[in-house]
Write a protein that binds this ligand. Structure first.
Ligand SMILES: C[S@@+](CC[C@H](N)C(=O)[O-])C[C@H]1O[C@@H](n2cnc3c(N)ncnc32)[C@H](O)[C@@H]1O
Length: 368
């Protein structure tokens, strides 16, 4: 197996972080490098932008409102742009208004294969779309940054609290296969829990992504001001690391819409994902003097951002005739708003700085 070779080249043992990095992002065999289509109904999992075009259509209305109140066109940054689904559906929703609302779009995607897909998909966009591998959030126009399931796709360290102290769970090549081992945790990981005021219980397993805070800070610093909306699965540190809630951590695999716990199985063929610690992103924002505008469930965000109005405009509202199109549209909307699923499990963290932050607060935080 390719990954045995890679781990042997690194001495036969790697931290889980490096294993996850290889499994997801190896340039040839990694999950996101492969040519197959990882998400959507025929893939392994659904995200909000790939579950339904209504997510992007709602964003189109939100961006129109933002630009009108700001009296200026915005630049939309889509971090972890995947195959360009989100940007395509926003531009679709904006239609001819796109040139009045957006000064341009920057789609940031790490995977070369997905950047190529996004490029092909967005080649005829009505506004200039730049597709890049590296976040460059600097913009002369008000910046609106969107990141759907970026942070939960970043490699994490995996640790276990034991009577001997905090241990790191590592992956070793043994007898032609992969197995778990433990080694004393790096001081950086011990410091992480100290700084978040977290004490894990004996036997508790947890994940840590120290890169999230740094990534977020650099991105906010570079943007200077604007708004950022992070859509992801996450908790604050106290809940994420509560031994009663998640004694075995939040890391899971996804394959054909089934959740798995065998994280070492078939590297490169299944997705691996861990929940976000919202406090990492809050600390980054506080350092850069960005304000937290809200943290709300996806369903609430969509309602506040105007999904109801978009549905009425498209003729699928209460008065609509119950034909096949209306039923399909309503099913998709129900999936996004589902209080037993995506609508409440996915959260949107909204942070802002400057005039656009004030406007976003006005739009998204007024009493319902
Ligand atoms: C779970 S998918 C989400 C895709 C899309 N945002 C959506 O919601 O449908 C995660 C994506 O993040 C990308 N990614 C991970 N780390 C990244 C980084 N540092 N910069 C840009 N993209 C990244 C992966 O290549 C992958 O396409």
């Amino acid at each position: 197996m390719w990954i045995l070779r890679e781990i042997r080249q690194r001495g036969g043992v790697v931290g889980f972080h490096d294993f996850m990095e290889l499994a997801l992002y190896h340039s040839e065999h990694g999950y996101y490098a492969s040519k197959k289509y990882p998400w959507g109904r025929d893939g392994d999992y659904l995200t909000a932008p790939t579950a339904s075009g209504w997510y992007g259509a709602t964003w189109a209305g939100f961006l129109t409102d933002l630009a009108a109140r700001a009296g200026a066109r915005c630049r939309l940054f889509d971090l972890a742009a995947g195959d360009g689904s989100f940007v395509a559906s926003v531009l679709d929703g904006l239609g001819e208004r796109a040139v009045d609302v957006l000064a341009g779009v920057t789609a940031v995607e790490r995977s070369t294969a997905l950047r190529a897909r996004a490029g092909a998909r967005l080649a005829d966009a009505a506004v200039g779309v730049e597709i890049t591998a590296i976040v460059e959030a600097r913009s002369a126009d008000p910046a609106v940054i969107h990141a759907s399931e970026l942070y939960d796709a970043m490699p994490v360290h995996r640790v276990e609290q034991t009577p001997e102290g905090l241990m790191e769970l590592v992956v070793a090549v043994e007898a032609g296969g992969l197995e778990w081992r433990r080694r004393a945790a790096d001081p950086e990981l011990i410091r992480y829990f100290d700084e978040h005021g977290v004490q894990l219980a004996d036997g508790q397993i947890a994940e840590v992504n120290p890169a999230a805070e740094q990534f977020h800070r650099e991105m906010l610093e570079e943007a200077g001001e604007g708004i950022v909306l992070v859509l992801d699965y996450g908790y604050d540190a106290a809940s994420l690391y509560n031994p009663r809630g998640r004694r075995h951590g939040s890391l899971v695999s996804y394959r054909r819409h089934r959740v798995g716990r065998d994280l070492l199985d078939s590297p490169g063929e299944q997705d691996l994902t861990a929940h976000v610690n919202w406090d990492d992103l809050r600390r980054a924002a506080a350092d850069c003097l960005w304000e937290e505008i809200a943290l709300m469930p996806l369903a609430e965000f969509l309602v506040r951002a105007g999904i109801g109005e978009r549905v009425d405009e498209a003729g699928y509202g209460m008065e609509a005739e119950l034909d096949a199109d209306t039923v399909t549209a309503r099913q998709e909307i129900k999936r996004l708003l589902d209080p037993e699923g995506m609508g409440s499990d996915l959260k949107v963290l909204i942070q802002g700085r400057g005039e656009l932050g004030r406007i976003a607060k006005e739009i998204l935080c007024e009493p319902l």
